[in-house]
Structures are given as structure tokens and as C-alpha cells.
Design a protein around this ligand. Structure first.
Ligand SMILES: Cc1ncc(COP(=O)(O)O)c(C=O)c1O
Length: 455
């Protein structure tokens, strides 16, 4: 079998030449932090400075090369420096930077391509340059379609940091979301099924999705003023720690939305475009939403996102004047088009399904072998390991989460913390050899932290 493009550069992965964060990283970070604030915990817990990336690796300014288990933040999904995608962006950077929302050949090709990969009637679209803007546009579209103004979202969901998006998200974290006078009026939150921590259970202890659906039905009727435009939710909760609902949840929710005249707004900014082994995560459950947003993997790191509604709702995009300054610029369309072509031509969805099965097998084995792994979860390359103090009480183990994150990073794994849930989103091009290498680093970190914390 011929080698993938990123394997042609034979390099040691990972390669730690100076204990990280090294002296150059430390100095650069300290200087920059005098001006640049508001960093994520991903950076605060491991303040390294990056210089370049290649394929499934990322290299810091001290010359340490890490195995990439984060894709930035679920973004550079086809690897850093993909030659095809880089060339497509460069071509349009030289040729045409911006022409507002006029049609261009590359936009024409992109919308045609999307029409071939999305469910048949999900066809009226607009592009943006970040996830929150796409979500805001989706909320406006939902109002225009339905003539209603209320929204229901789920505990622990995340949809971005603009006012409407924040109103659909959990607000318990004082560092990000809780300042100001709460949600925009008319935005409500309800619990959603987490198989590891189920709120509603059947008598045999298993999760009861019907009870959740019944509760939503009552809530729509009793907890709102009867003007619910849309149910807005992530197909799998990314920020909350890669939490997937039971398989029967979305088909049942879709039916309920239909019966109650509520639109189903599926925010796939994080989970969409191949990350779970299907183009859309909802494809796993054969459910077609009324509104969908996706981004992150869409342009492989170039800022491009999409908001799409069903064909019969296309007029709503005119009503909300959906365009923006940067949305759908030629470079963005080129990055997205090239990314979709690469996913097809390099058979990426199949790779994600296949290596994703390896990840799950390996994580289940680790769960059986380690006292502090309460749960493992995921589909494809959207993965989580939940750390607990005790498997019976399931008490979250934040301290262990932080230590495991830092220990693995020191040993060459660039990845993502989420309190007590360790999150992994490797580039979708990764093969089993490097998937196993990354899991070895994580398992070694867990073993060491267990020892340090007396387990
Ligand atoms: C599900 C979801 N929606 C929206 C957003 C917001 O995207 P952005 O950070 O590009 O505004 C995110 C970001 O992580 C997300 O995970």
C-alpha cells in the first residue's frame, strides 16, 4: 500500500528534545500573556508555543514534536499542511480575496458538492466564518420559518459564545458564560440522556429515553408560552466530554418535534463533517434535521462554517438577510471544497470507522484495567474517557483529569482537557499504529497518576 502524504516525511513521533514547556515556549508565553488574555484551559494547563504542524504532528518553538490528538480543537481534521488544501487556499489568495456574497466558481462548486453529500432535502445554505455566527443565523432562520420565538436546548450543551448561542448553553462556569442577566428571555434548558449518568431510568436501571421525551412534551406544553421555534442541540456533546445519547434518542426526538410543530436544529459545528465516521453525526441515527450547522472540520482549519435548512424553508434565508462580510469568501470555499474532496478520495470516513473501532476496544480494555476510569465513550474520532474517584459513587475526579492531561502532554501528546473527562479528537487521517501510540501515552499517564494519587 502506498504511503499517505504525511508519512513520506520520515520523522520520530513524538520527539521530545527539551522537557516541555521548554525555555523558548516559557519566554514567549510570558511575554505574550502581558497583552493577550482569555486563554482556554487547554493552554493554561500546558502553556507551550507552537511553531508548525505536519500531518498528524505539531511542533513547538523548542523543537518538540507532539502526536496530535486534538486537531487544534476538532478543526485541522485532515492534518496540518495537507498539500491539496494548502494549494487550494493559496490559489484563491492570489486570485480573489473577497467579493462579498457574489457567486464565484469555487462557491458554485462547493454548494453543488454539498448537495451531493447531505441528505436529499437539506439544501438551502449560507456560509460563515465561525461557529457562533452560524448558530446565530440558524436561530434567526428558525424564527423566520416558524414565526415563533422560544428555544429549548439541553443541559451541558455548548453552541458558541455570542448572545443567542450562550443562551442555548450551560451557564454554570463562572469563567465563561455566567456574567450578565442570564439567558435571553424565551430560551430554556432541559436534561438530555447521558447513558453513564441517567436522570430517568427504567425499573431495570437502564436509561429511559421515553421518559425524557415525555418530559419534553410536558415542558413544551407547560413550561413555555406555546411559541417554541426550535429544539437546539448537539448530536453528541463535545465540550461536555464526548457524551453520546442512546441510539433511539434522536429518532424519538425528531418524531416529537414533528408532532409538536417544533423545528429540530442540529448543531454539528463540532461533530459534523466526518468526525464520527459519517458526514453528519445524525446520519448514524438516520435522522434529518430541519436546520443544521457545521464548521471546524469543514475547512480543515480555514475558518469556514455553514448553516443549512431544508429546501422547503429556503425563503427564510432571504428573510433574515443571511449573508456576512467574510462568509463564503473564495479561500474559505476552496478550503471546504478541497477538504470534502480529500475526505472522499482518501476514503477518510472508512478510516474513521475502522480506527474508531480500535479506539473503542482499547478504551474499554483500559476501563477494565484502571480504577479511576468510570466510563469511556465515543464514535469514530470523537472520544472521551471519564475519570472518577470511585466507580460506584461516580464522583468526578477533576484533579486526576488535570494531571493526566499534563503528564501525557509532557510525554508528547497534544490533546484536550475537559475537567474530569479526557477528550480526544485526533486528525481523521490517523492510522491504527499512531492511534495505538497515543493511547499508550494516555494509559501510561493514567497509570502514573493513579500511583501518585494512591490508587
Ligand atoms: C457544538 C458547537 N457549536 C458552536 C461552537 C462555536 O464555534 P466557534 O468557536 O467557531 O464560534 C462550538 C465550538 O466549539 C461547538 O462545539
Amino acid at each position: 500500500m502506498s504511503k499517505a502524504w504525511w508519512q513520506k516525511n520520515s520523522q520520530e513521533i513524538p520527539k521530545i528534545v527539551v522537557p516541555p514547556p521548554g525555555p523558548k515556549s516559557k519566554a514567549m508565553h510570558a511575554n505574550t500573556s502581558r497583552y493577550f488574555r482569555g486563554l482556554s484551559s487547554q493552554v493554561k494547563l500546558f502553556p507551550v508555543c507552537f511553531d508548525k504542524g505536519y500531518g498528524i504532528t505539531i511542533t513547538d518553538v523548542d523543537g518538540n514534536t507532539y502526536l496530535d490528538f486534538s486537531s487544534g480543537i476538532y478543526v485541522a481534521s485532515l492534518g496540518h499542511g495537507h498539500p491539496r488544501i494548502a494549494a487550494a487556499i493559496a490559489h484563491w489568495a492570489e486570485r480573489l480575496m473577497n467579493c462579498h456574497d457574489f457567486t464565484t466558481p469555487v462557491k458554485a462548486a462547493l454548494v453543488e458538492k454539498l448537495a451531493t453529500i447531505l441528505p436529499e432535502n437539506l439544501h438551502a445554505m449560507q456560509f460563515y466564518s465561525d461557529g457562533a455566527s452560524a448558530v446565530e443565523a440558524g436561530l434567526r432562520a428558525a424564527r423566520a420559518i416558524s414565526g415563533k420565538h422560544e428555544f429549548i436546548s439541553c443541559y451541558q450543551d455548548f453552541h458558541g459564545k455570542s448572545m443567542g448561542a450562550v443562551s442555548c448553553a450551560r451557564m454554570t462556569r463562572g469563567d465563561v458564560l455566567s456574567y450578565g442577566p442570564s439567558r435571553v428571555p424565551g430560551f430554556y434548558m432541559v436534561p438530555r440522556p447521558d447513558p453513564y449518568r441517567p436522570l430517568f431510568c427504567k425499573s431495570d436501571g437502564t436509561i429511559d429515553t421515553d421518559a425524557f421525551i415525555d418530559f419534553y412534551k410536558t415542558f413544551i406544553r407547560e413550561g413555555t408560552v406555546g411559541n417554541v421555534a426550535a429544539f437546539v442541540l448537539e448530536p453528541a456533546q463535545g465540550w461536555a466530554g464526548s457524551i453520546f445519547p442512546p441510539d433511539d434518542f434522536f429518532p424519538k426526538l425528531s418524531r416529537l418535534c414533528h408532532e409538536e410543530g417544533v423545528l429540530l436544529f442540529d448543531d454539528e459545528i463540532l461533530a459534523g463533517m466526518g468526525r464520527t465516521g459519517e458526514w453528519l453525526c445524525l446520519d448514524h441515527w438516520k435522522t434529518v434535521p430541519d436546520i443544521v450547522t457545521f464548521g471546524k472540520s469543514f475547512g480543515n482549519g480555514f475558518p469556514v462554517t455553514a448553516m443549512i435548512v431544508k429546501k422547503e424553508y429556503a425563503d427564510a434565508l432571504d428573510k433574515i438577510s443571511a449573508s456576512s462580510s467574510y462568509g463564503g469568501n473564495p479561500m474559505a470555499c476552496a478550503a471546504a471544497l478541497a477538504s470534502l474532496q480529500v475526505i472522499e478520495e482518501e476514503n477518510i470516513l472508512e478510516n474513521v470507522r475502522c480506527v474508531g473501532r480500535y479506539f473503542m476496544r482499547r478504551m474499554k480494555k483500559m476501563q477494565a484495567d484502571h480504577a479511576i476510569i468510570g466510563d469511556v465513550k465515543g464514535k469514530g474520532f470523537l472520544l472521551g474517557i471519564e475519570l472518577v474517584k470511585d466507580k460506584k459513587s461516580k464522583e468526578p475526579f477533576d484533579k486526576a483529569g488535570k494531571l493526566v492531561y499534563q503528564y501525557a502532554f509532557q510525554n508528547g501528546l497534544a490533546w484536550i482537557p475537559a475537567g474530569h473527562i479526557l477528550r480526544m479528537s485526533p486528525p481523521l487521517i490517523m492510522n491504527e499504529k499512531y492511534a495505538a501510540l497515543g493511547m499508550d501515552i494516555i494509559e501510561d499517564a493514567i497509570t502514573n497518576v493513579e500511583r501518585e494519587l494512591g490508587y
